[in-house]
Design a protein around this ligand. Structure first.
Ligand code: ADP
Length: 395
């Protein structure tokens, strides 16, 4: 082997290595060596333990037989053979093709892919219309097989790593949740117990006004407990997919108006600006959608105290877009990707109580409507939640 070949291989190695995405890395690998080893199509089959068959995970056509790219059926039989033997297999098909034209005769070569030390798949090349593979071609192709196996192993490791990260994050959130929830449950229970014990004391008599005040506190705290327990149950049902939805025609503008009136009754001081367009009904679960709007409203009141809340709804082609904006502090950009996760709460000093379930529930409900929900926030300017629902006539 001369120095120029080594330099050439070194350069390709570097280029392939730098590609983050495994498919792009494989593309680079096959394309850059095509000058030395000509083929028309290449496919990678990995053994699927569930179906017990080789499944195509990568296919690319670079030469004359472009139409063969889509299904990669051409290499399937050979991939079985490679997986059975664990060795390179050459297959020449020269049927009566000569009369039919060169593209119908095919030279195939397949190599085993060992991931770790386990035979896990096959890399198959096809060349239509010859010439047959030379010794050098086979060497280059087998080098590509080693490389491809390493790239797939890297892909598997990256995927496993991402899954692990997500499980770890979820576990951290669960831990935080346990401490949040015990605090959240204990606080209202503490009030209820404290005020009812006071009212029941034999040695003290309370005047009528004080009794009413205590009973009001007990009543409010019991409501808070109920809401909390409902949220927890709802989120558990959403996670196990057992929450029932009742779809019927829903007027979103009317629904938003109702939610606004309700909010105004509970919080008479908030300023709400409505920018509603009368819209035809959409297919939805009115109760669940109200729950979404209630949640977003309550969050705006909780996290942007004293701010104006602006609601708008617009028909946008085949979509309805609802926005709920506040002029609060905003959410730092680094936390935005997580706020719809179950139990997630933006870290930091907090005086506002919550469980991190509200936005998770909102997202699941919107998704059950085949809609979309996302957030845009600018620090110091405010936060907007955007919901898009399908406008398609369904009734
Ligand atoms: P919770 O309110 O119970 O903490 P949510 O799932 O409703 O849970 O919200 C998740 C987090 O997103 C909240 O903890 C809060 O930090 C942030 N958040 C939600 N809405 C707003 C808003 N309008 N402005 C600023 N932060 C918000």
């Amino acid at each position: 082997m001369d120095i120029s070949t080594l330099t050439f291989l070194h350069e390709i190695f570097q280029e392939v290595q730098q590609k983050q995405d495994w498919r792009t890395a494989l593309d680079t690998l096959f394309v850059s060596l095509r000058g030395s080893f000509i083929f028309d199509n290449v496919a990678i089959y990995l053994f699927d333990p569930k179906t017990k068959t080789p499944e195509v995970v990568y296919a690319r056509a670079v030469g004359r037989g472009k139409t063969a790219e889509a299904d990669a059926v051409w290499g399937e039989a050979l991939s079985y053979e490679v997986l059975e033997n664990g060795k390179m297999v050459l297959m020449d098909s020269k049927p009566d093709a000569r009369q039919l034209g060169r593209l119908t005769s095919a030279n195939l070569v397949g190599f085993p892919l060992y991931i770790g030390s386990k035979l896990s798949g096959a890399l198959v090349f096809v060349r239509f219309g010859g010439p047959e593979y030379s010794e050098l071609h086979i060497q280059i192709a087998s080098l590509q097989a080693f490389w491809a196996a390493a790239l797939i192993e890297r892909r598997d490791l990256q995927e496993a790593r991402a899954e692990l990260d997500s499980v770890q994050r979820q576990m951290r959130l669960q831990d935080d949740f346990v401490s949040t929830i015990s605090h959240e449950l204990r606080t209202p229970l503490g009030f209820i117990k404290g005020y009812s014990t006071s009212l029941l004391r034999q040695d003290t008599t309370w005047d009528e006004a004080t009794q009413r005040e205590f009973l009001n506190i007990i009543d409010e705290e019991a409501d808070r407990l109920t809401r909390l327990i409902e949220d927890m149950l709802e989120s558990a049902r959403l996670q196990s997919n057992t929450l029932q939805f009742k779809f019927s025609p829903v007027r979103i503008d009317a629904l938003l108006r109702d939610v606004t009136v309700r909010m105004k009754t509970i919080h008479p001081d908030i300023q709400i600006t409505l920018d509603l367009q009368p819209l035809p009904p959409v297919r939805g679960d009115a109760m669940r959608l109200s729950q979404v709007f209630d949640n977003l409203f309550t969050n705006a009141i909780k996290y942007a105290p004293g701010s104006e809340i602006i609601i708008s709804v617009r028909s946008n082609g085949d979509k309805i877009r609802i926005t709920i904006t506040d002029r609060g502090e905003g959410i730092p950009a680094a936390y935005l990707p997580f706020i719809f996760e179950r139990f997630y709460r933006v870290p930091g000093e907090r005086t506002v109580t919550g469980t991190g379930l509200g936005l998770y529930i909102c997202k699941q409900i919107v998704m059950a409507h085949h809609g979309n929900i996302w957030v845009e926030s600018v620090m110091g300017e405010g936060t907007t939640f955007i919901i898009e629902l399908s406008n398609a006539p369904m009734f």
